[in-house]
Design a protein. Structure first.
Length: 576
């Protein structure tokens, strides 16, 4: 119930559309029922008049019939129009709503979710919410008000007839939906969850297809997919069976209503309290009125799917960002001296601290390097600087301001990052570069790419800067992709450059070219570089040696070479 209310809150901004959709649907339904009821009355009245050899006014009923027929047709058309328009508006609104809550969660909180699962949420779960408008909200409103109207109208002729109609309408419109909801609960939930699971497994398998083939695990993966499909089909099968029974149930109630009307109506005819055309009208009205409740069993059967989808969305929306945005007016730092003092941090659920009592001063224009074994906390320093996480203790300042007072967007404006795994988007190289600086001119792009030592290569491609990168940059070598990422970071023209092992895993000549690129890139900016390459380290103002989250040595390349830890980290024999 709580989820249902919350779902209703989400749809509140669309009240006007809901009202519009409701009115159109109601008018269409009433026109259709009127058409049938008046036709019944008219045909019977004509027959009776004909048999008695009397004249009758057939203009009014004929006009009503024509009017209802036209209203019904126009109504059906308008209904589609309104519901599609409303649906599309709601979908885009809901997607934006969801995305706005999703964005601040990246990357810290989103690492708990699989990307395929997030895709499921943003696509099919949001689509499922729309069911709530089309199948639940509007039909329930229409069914309750129309049923009440049919009851009152019938009661004007005979209360007994009206009560029998009401009882059957309640059976079909309340009892059957309740039963459908109860029966559809387990398979409905299973449907959403299995579908998400299936999508996730399929995406995972496609992305890792070459690995699966090499490992000979493709068959096992295919069997897993098969099993999930079978589970999904099983749930769909159970859902179809339930909806089949419910549809049959509504039809049965409608026919019973017709028979009851005739059975209860015949004595009324005999006692002259009802005329034959009126009985025909009421009997057909009873039959037709079930159109109002017909969509309800299915709607309630699917309610659990809708609610499961809603809960999956709420779960994301309710997640608190790892680093909430500061309150108060936006502020801008006056200079870009970066300092970390006594900073400690432990990742949630991690056993030991990733950083303890860490100090670093990066004056404007200086270069500092971090070295340390894998897992010693180097990338964590960058994660804290980018405010993806908040430190547990200590303070980080950018210029005159503590990081906690800066908005994420403002902070990141001053930082350019080449991360360990730079992502290139599946679009052209030009678009990838422009992400950092949408306004950049052709000259700017070229200048950045020359600095990053990648211009000549790009220029040699048949399509130049318009070459398609391919998904996750598969059409480029590691070194090329890294240099494009560096060019992109340069285009951003930020005061501080953060580089996380930019030459990792590259061959000698490529590494040389890249180091040259980085050296040029660092000119005039403060730089924090994570690397183990001696040629780069020799050009640093200060080097911090990290071990298990603690600074164990600091100094210049030359100074540190005389120590114990540093030469070993760089792969030098300390005796040499
Ligand atoms: P480095 O960059 O020096 O290799 P990291 O800063 O990435 O080391 O990692 C430091 C420690 O924190 C490691 O023990 C690592 O397992 C852990 N860690 C790193 N990133 C995360 C994360 N996103 N969530 C949880 N633990 C993490
Ligand atoms: Mg790292």
């Amino acid at each position: 119930m709580k989820d249902l209310l919350r779902l209703w809150q989400l749809f509140k901004p669309y009240r006007a559309w809901i009202l519009g959709g409701y009115l159109v649907a109601l008018i269409t339904l009433v026109a259709n029922v009127t058409l049938l009821a008046i036709s019944g009355w008219f045909i019977t009245a004509m027959a009776v008049a004909g048999a008695a050899g009397l004249a009758m006014n057939y203009f009014t009923p004929a006009a009503i019939i024509r009017g209802s027929a036209m209203a019904r047709t126009a109504g059906r058309y308008l209904e589609r129009l309104v519901s599609h328009e409303a649906t599309l508006r709601q979908l885009s609104g809901l997607r934006v709503w969801f995305y706005q809550h999703l964005e601040p969660l990246a990357p810290a909180r989103l690492q708990e979710f699989h990307s395929g699962d997030l895709l499921s949420r943003i696509r099919s779960d949001i689509d499922a919410l729309d069911n709530f408008y089309v199948r639940v909200l509007i039909p329930v409103l229409v069914a309750s008000s129309a049923s009440l109207g049919f009851f009152v109208f019938t009661a004007l002729y005979d209360l007994g007839l009206a009560l029998s109609l009401l009882a059957l309408l309640l059976l079909a419109g309340v009892a059957l939906p309740a039963a459908s909801r109860h029966l559809g609960r387990a398979p409905g939930r299973q449907l959403v969850e299995t579908e998400a699971h299936l999508r996730q497994t399929a995406i995972d398998g496609t992305q890792g297809l070459s690995e699966l083939l090499v490992l000979g695990a493709a068959d096992a993966h295919a069997r897993r997919l098969d099993a999930l499909s079978a589970e999904l089909i099983g749930a769909q099968d159970r859902m179809s069976r339930i909806s089949g029974i419910a549809t049959g149930g509504v039809g049965l109630c409608a026919n019973l209503a017709l028979w009851f009307a005739i059975w209860l109506g015949l004595p009324l005819l005999a006692s002259d309290s009802l005329a034959p055309p009126q009985l025909a009208m009421l009997a057909l009205l009873a039959l037709a009125s079930f159109e109002a409740v017909a969509p309800l069993p299915l709607a309630f059967q699917q309610l659990e799917s809708t609610l499961t989808a809603a809960r999956r969305l709420f779960a994301i929306v309710d997640t608190q960002p790892a680093a909430p945005e500061p309150e108060g007016p936006a502020v801008t730092p006056e200079h870009f001296h970066l300092s970390l003092r006594g900073v400690s941090f432990r990742y949630p659920k991690a056993e030991r601290a990733a950083l303890s009592d860490f100090d670093l001063e990066l004056p404007v224009g200086k270069r500092i390097a971090l070295v340390g074994a894998t897992g010693s906390g180097k990338s964590t320093v960058l994660n804290l600087l980018l405010r993806f996480w908040l430190p547990d203790a200590g303070e980080i300042r950018l210029g005159d301001l503590p990081l906690a007072r800066l908005r994420g967007e403002e902070l990141r404006r001053h930082l350019a990052l080449v991360s360990q795994h730079s992502h290139l988007f599946n679009t052209s190289i030009r678009e990838n570069l422009l992400l950092a600086a949408p306004e950049a001119s052709e000259q700017d792009l070229e200048h950045a790419c020359r600095t990053a030592q990648i211009h000549d290569f790009l220029h040699s491609l048949p399509e130049g800067y318009d070459t398609w990168v391919g998904e996750t940059g598969v059409r480029l070598s590691g070194g090329q992709a890294r240099r494009i990422a560096i060019a992109r970071a340069l285009l951003k023209d930020a005061a501080i450059l953060l580089l996380d092992e930019p030459t990792e895993g590259l061959d000698g000549p490529t590494e040389q070219a890249l180091m040259l690129a980085i050296d040029q890139a660092m000119a005039g900016r403060s730089t924090l570089l994570i690397t183990h390459k001696p040629i780069a380290l020799a050009r640093m103002d200060e080097i911090l040696v990290l071990d298990q989250g603690q600074v164990v040595e600091r100094g210049s390349h030359q100074e540190l070479l005389r120590g114990q830890v540093y030469p070993r980290l760089l792969g030098f024999d300390s005796e040499a």
